[in-house]
Design a protein around this ligand. Structure first.
Ligand code: NAD
Length: 312
């Protein structure tokens, strides 16, 4: 990844356009290509974002297109195409609609950007990441799902709201699948350097953990569709660690081969992200209870992947 950096964003809806905008503001790429199937829409949105450049001071070239061939030779491809949840829906309810989209897009990523690192955002996240790996056949280090960064930032935001401490002083992490059985880890989370349990009393902490697990649904209920600013910010943070070789340790959905006792499934775990994508899977020393929660979460991912496998 030397020379000019090209990042493509598939899908120019809520998540795709906010991701593109944050990528541009941070000047993470020389060129950002945003692809959508709706005629003229990505072109219009790209032009609008280009026109914000002189005010906001970025010179990233933003291209909107309906042609997947325009992602040619991208360094990173971010997959956001697909239907979001409506109130009352689970992420798994999107399987039937989003699996064919994932299959189609993944085949084109393989064709046009065979050396890219792919960040998958479309839901149901763990199963769509698995499908992307299956279709592209890309190596494990180049297929990464985004959701752990989002779930963790939700956890941190709630800890900040409850404790009255700046989020700049808060660290928090959730592991597991991107669903209601995700595993927030208060034991590995800090408020101003102190374990969360010392700052927030147990009843309130339990409430925050529950709210984090259902954080996506809370927003769907309020807005009638999925969140996009925090998901986009999380996705860009991952892209930044890759493009700038920052080696951030972030919770990402990667395929495991025995780590945490899990085999052949994409599950959210802490990973080191650098120029070559996933550079290390970090194994936390979990308690039996935490391990059991992660295993339960992984079992659920397995069930969803089996359903996806059976779809035509
Ligand atoms: P949206 O409806 O606003 O946008 C989706 C876009 O995808 C639409 O513009 C649509 O035209 C486009 N699209 C459909 N098929 C396409 C194809 N083959 N090629 C290119 N574009 C195509 O939805 P959204 O709010 O942006 O959400 C997108 C996806 O991201 C959903 O599946 C949602 O559930 C998921 N999501 C994931 C997370 C996460 O943390 N992983 C968070 C929020 C949303």
């Amino acid at each position: 990844m030397l020379g000019k950096i090209k990042i493509s964003v598939i899908g120019g809806g809520h998540v795709g356009e906010s991701t593109t905008f944050i990528l541009a503001i941070k000047e993470l790429a020389d060129e950002v290509v945003m692809v959508d199937i709706v005629e003229n829409l990505p072109q219009g949105k790209a032009l609008d974002m280009m026109q914000a450049g002189p005010i906001l001071g970025y010179d990233t070239k933003i291209i909107g297109t309906n042609d997947m061939a325009d992602i040619k030779d991208s360094d990173i491809v971010i997959m956001t195409a697909g239907f979001p949840r409506k109130p009352g829906m689970s992420r798994e309810d999107l399987i039937g609609q989003n699996t064919p989209i994932m299959k189609d897009v993944a085949a084109k990523i393989k064709k046009y950007a065979p050396e890219s690192i792919v960040i998958v955002v479309s839901n149901p996240l763990d199963a769509m990441t698995y499908m992307c790996k299956k279709i592209t056949g890309f190596p494990d280090n180049r297929i990464i799902g985004q959701a752990g960064v989002l779930d963790s930032t939700r956890f941190m935001a709630f800890l900040g709201m409850e404790s009255g401490v700046s989020i700049k002083n808060i660290q928090g992490i959730t592991l597991g699948s991107h669903g209601d059985d995700m595993v927030p880890l208060p034991r590995f989370s800090l408020i101003g350097g102190r374990p969360t349990g010392e700052v927030v009393e147990k009843g309130k902490l339990d409430g925050i953990i529950e709210r984090t697990k259902k954080g996506g649904g809370e927003i769907v209920k309020l807005m009638g569709t999925s969140a996009y600013w925090a998901p986009a910010a999380g996705t860009v943070m991952m892209a930044e660690s890759i493009v700038r070789d920052k080696k951030m340790i972030l919770p990402c959905h990667v395929i495991l081969h025995g780590e945490y006792g899990i085999e052949g499934l994409f599950v959210g775990v802490p990973v080191k992200l650098g120029r070559s994508g996933v550079e290390e899977i970090v194994e936390f020393d979990l308690t039996e209870e935490e391990k059991a929660a992660l295993k339960k979460s992984a079992d659920h991912v397995k069930e969803v992947c089996e359903i996806v496998d059976k779809l035509k």
